[in-house]
Design a protein around this ligand. Structure first.
Ligand code: ADP
Ligand code: MG
Length: 285
């Protein structure tokens, strides 16, 4: 704990503060989530434990890297040390474009989309390693993000996008046990959640589609003043057209990811295959 010099506060999370810190051993700048666990109920404490456990398993250039955690029992604080993302989050980019009346270029949208897709692919198809290394039989663990939205996609110092904030995600074993409660953003809530209230990988795909749409149109695909009227629009799946500047290929991906029937939506694997290799800007490095 003494190894981290506290610097300025960079964000306010639902659990506490996010602070910039300097690791004294090598002067590296990191981010620290500071959580006062006295004010937490059991559900919130469980969410936190699950966030930490999930982060520990995820090592990917497009996922916010978790380094360490420690507990200060005297002050009832839990600290999570993670990669510092100096570029802010995608919501501020969307807001800036809207304010200035500029659309993002098609290539910027592909640049963002391929990275978020690869992060989500790692969650859905990656391999849990912490428990299974000993017997060498890597168990396939599916991680649902459950809260994909512009505020939870950060820009790292390496100029890469990072999917973060796994506070509400759940681990899902592949026996199709479905996480039952929904706690995410209503704007990106999927149709199956309105009717059946269960969540699986295809609901993350829906949110990914909403995010891709919002990057293009600078507003979410479904908007309403009340939650019931939002639910009607989502269930009908009627999407206002994208600005005409964007390609048919982008329109096709959005249409596919926003299919009302989750079975008709592509998986991250299928999305990666659907994309023309020239669109994968991350591979050009
Ligand atoms: P919450 O669970 O309340 O949504 P987040 O983990 O999303 O909390 O953090 C809240 C905000 O703090 C983010 O939207 C982002 O602006 C900032 N933030 C969080 N983590 C980092 C980080 N590793 N580097 C830089 N900024 C961060
Ligand atoms: Mg968040």
């Amino acid at each position: 704990m003494d190894n981290y010099e506290p610097l300025e506060i960079i964000g306010t999370g639902s659990f506490g503060l996010i602070r910039k810190v300097r690791r004294k051993s090598d002067s590296r700048i990191l981010a620290r989530k500071e959580i006062d666990y006295r004010r937490m109920n059991d559900k919130e404490r469980n969410q936190l434990v699950s966030e930490v456990n999930i982060l520990r398993e995820l090592k990917h250039p497009n996922i916010v890297r978790y380094y360490d955690r420690y507990i200060d029992n005297t002050n009832c604080m839990i600290y999570i040390i993670m990669e510092y993302c100096e570029g802010g989050d995608l919501s501020s980019i969307i807001k800036k474009c809207r304010k200035e009346g500029n659309y993002l270029s098609e290539s910027t949208i592909w640049f963002f989309f391929t990275q978020i897709l690869q992060a989500l692919h790692e969650c859905h198809y990656g391999y849990g390693n912490s428990k299974c290394d000993s017997d060498h039989s890597q168990q396939h663990i599916t991680i649902l993000h459950r809260d994909i939205k512009p505020e939870n996609v950060l820009l790292g110092s390496d100029n890469k996008l990072k999917l973060g904030d796994f506070g509400l995600s759940r681990k899902l074993n592949l026996d199709r046990e479905l996480a039952q409660t929904y706690v995410g953003t209503p704007y990106y809530m999927s149709p199956e959640l309105i009717t059946e209230s269960h969540y699986d990988t295809k609901s993350d795909i829906w949110s990914l589609g909403c995010l891709l749409y919002e990057l293009c149109a600078l507003q979410p695909p479904f908007q309403a003043k009340s939650q019931p009227s939002l639910a009607i629009k989502i269930s009908a799946g009627m999407i206002p057209p994208l600005p005409s500047r964007y390609s048919e290929e982008l329109n096709n991906i959005i249409r596919a990811t926003l299919m009302v029937d989750p079975n008709k939506r592509p998986t991250t694997m299928e999305l990666l295959k659907m994309m023309h290799p020239s669109r994968d800007i991350t591979r050009r490095e």
